[in-house]
Design a protein around this ligand. Structure first.
Ligand code: A2P
Length: 334
C-alpha cells in the first residue's frame, strides 16, 4: 500500500490557503486526513475537499498533533507563533511567509530550481517570495547553461499578493470608481483601481523596498551564488492574480535568443510563448490558473556590444506557482 499523510493547511480560508486545498486535491496528493486551520472567525465553517465537507478549526498550539505536513499561509507572525508547536509535533512546516526564508537551517526551495535542498531541512522549509519563484523558474535553466552574472528586474505584481483582501479591494474599487463613488484604500497604500503603485512591502534604509531585496537575497540563496547581482523595482498593478516581470539578464557566456528558447523549451515548469508576429507573448491573463510560468519576448540586449545579454518577459500565477502549487510540490518531494 502506498503511504499517505496527515496534512494541515494553516490559513485555509485565505487566497493561498484555498488554492493549497484545491491543489492537494487536483494533484492527488496522498492525504490521509486533512485539517483546515484559520482564525476563530472562521471556526465551524466548512470547505470542500474531495467532495466532503471539512470543518475549519481555530489554530492553536494543539492543532498539529498527528500531523505529518503543515502548509502555512497565514502571515509571518502566525508562522513564527506556531513553528515550535509544528516541529515539536514531529510535523514538517512548509511556510509561505517570509519569516524564516533567510535562516541558514531553513531550505528555501523551488522544486524546479533546487530540489536537492529539501532534504537539508530541520522541520521547516520555506516557500520563496512569489515574484522570485516566477522569475527563477525561467532564469535558473539559463543560469545552469550560461551562468548568470547580473539581473535587472521590473515586476508587475497582481493584487492577490496582498491576499484575498487585496483581490477584493481591486474588484470593489474598480466598481466604485466606475460608479463615481468614493473609495477608501485599505489593503494597499494608495488607490489600486486604474493605477499602479511602486511600493510593495516596507521601505528600507537604502531606498529599496523589502520586496525588492527578497528578489536579491532569495535568488542568491537558491542559486547558491552570492556573486550574482540583482537590482529590481517591484510594482503593484491592477491585475487580479498573475504576476509579470520584465527581466534583463547578463551572463558569463554568450547566448543567443534561439539558444535561450531551446533551453527554456526543455525546462520543467516553463512554457515558451514567443511568437510576436502572431501577437503571442506572456500575459497575466493567460498565466492565470496555470501551473507553468510563461516566458517570451526573448531578445538580444542591444545596449551591449557582446552577446552576453538577454531581455525576456515572464508571467506566472501568483497564487499557484507563486505560492500554493510550489508548496504542494515541495510536499510531493518530501
Ligand atoms: P481567517 O479567514 O479566519 O481570518 P489572506 O492572506 O488571504 O488574507 O489570508 C490569511 C489567512 O490567515 C486566512 O485563512 C486567515 O483566517 C488566517 N489567519 C489570520 N489571522 C489568523 C490567526 N490569528 N490565527 C489563525 N489564522 C489566522
Amino acid at each position: 500500500m502506498s503511504k499517505s499523510f496527515n496534512v494541515a493547511v494553516a490559513g485555509a480560508t485565505g487566497a493561498v490557503g484555498v488554492e493549497m486545498v484545491k491543489t492537494l486535491e487536483k494533484r492527488n496528493f496522498p492525504v490521509k486526513n486533512l485539517r483546515l486551520l484559520a482564525s476563530a472567525r472562521s471556526a465551524g465553517k466548512t470547505m470542500k475537499f474531495r467532495g466532503e465537507d471539512v470543518v475549519i478549526e481555530e489554530m492553536t498550539e494543539n492543532s498539529f498533533k498527528g500531523i505529518d505536513i503543515a502548509l502555512f499561509s497565514a502571515g509571518g507572525d502566525i508562522s513564527k507563533k506556531f513553528r515550535r508547536s509544528v516541529v515539536d509535533a514531529g510535523a514538517v512546516m512548509i511556510d509561505n511567509s517570509s519569516a524564516f526564508r533567510l535562516e541558514p537551517d531553513v531550505p528555501l526551495v523551488v522544486p524546479e530550481v533546487n530540489p536537492e535542498d529539501i532534504a537539508k531541512h530541520h522541520g521547516v522549509i520555506a516557500n520563496p517570495n512569489c515574484s522570485t519563484i516566477i522569475m527563477l523558474v525561467a532564469v535558473a535553466p539559463l543560469h545552469r547553461a550560461k551562468k548568470l552574472r547580473r539581473l535587472v528586474a521590473a515586476t508587475y505584481q497582481a493584487a492577490s499578493g496582498a491576499g484575498a483582501k487585496g483581490m477584493d479591494e481591486l474588484l470593489t474599487q474598480t466598481r466604485q470608481l466606475l460608479d463615481g463613488q468614493p473609495i477608501e484604500p485599505k489593503a494597499f497604500a494608495h488607490r489600486i483601481g486604474f493605477n499602479l503603485i511602486p511600493h510593495i512591502d516596507v521601505f528600507l534604509d537604502n531606498a529599496y523596498t523589502k520586496e525588492e531585496l527578497k528578489m536579491l537575497n532569495e535568488t542568491r540563496k537558491m542559486l547558491h551564488d552570492d556573486s550574482i547581482r540583482v537590482t529590481c523595482t517591484c510594482v503593484r498593478v491592477p491585475v487580479l492574480r498573475a504576476h509579470s516581470e520584465a527581466l534583463n539578464l547578463e551572463f558569463a557566456d554568450e547566448v543567443t535568443p534561439d539558444e535561450a528558447r531551446a533551453i527554456l523549451a526543455a525546462a520543467p515548469g516553463v512554457k515558451v510563448v514567443d511568437d510576436p508576429a502572431n501577437k503571442l507573448y506572456p500575459m497575466p491573463i493567460d498565466a492565470t490558473e496555470k501551473y507553468d510560468v510563461l516566458v517570451g519576448r526573448i531578445r538580444q540586449d542591444i545596449s551591449r556590444d557582446d552577446r552576453r545579454g538577454l531581455d525576456i518577459f515572464v508571467a506566472g500565477d501568483q497564487v499557484l506557482k507563486g505560492a500554493a502549487l510550489n508548496a504542494v510540490q515541495i510536499a510531493e518531494h518530501l
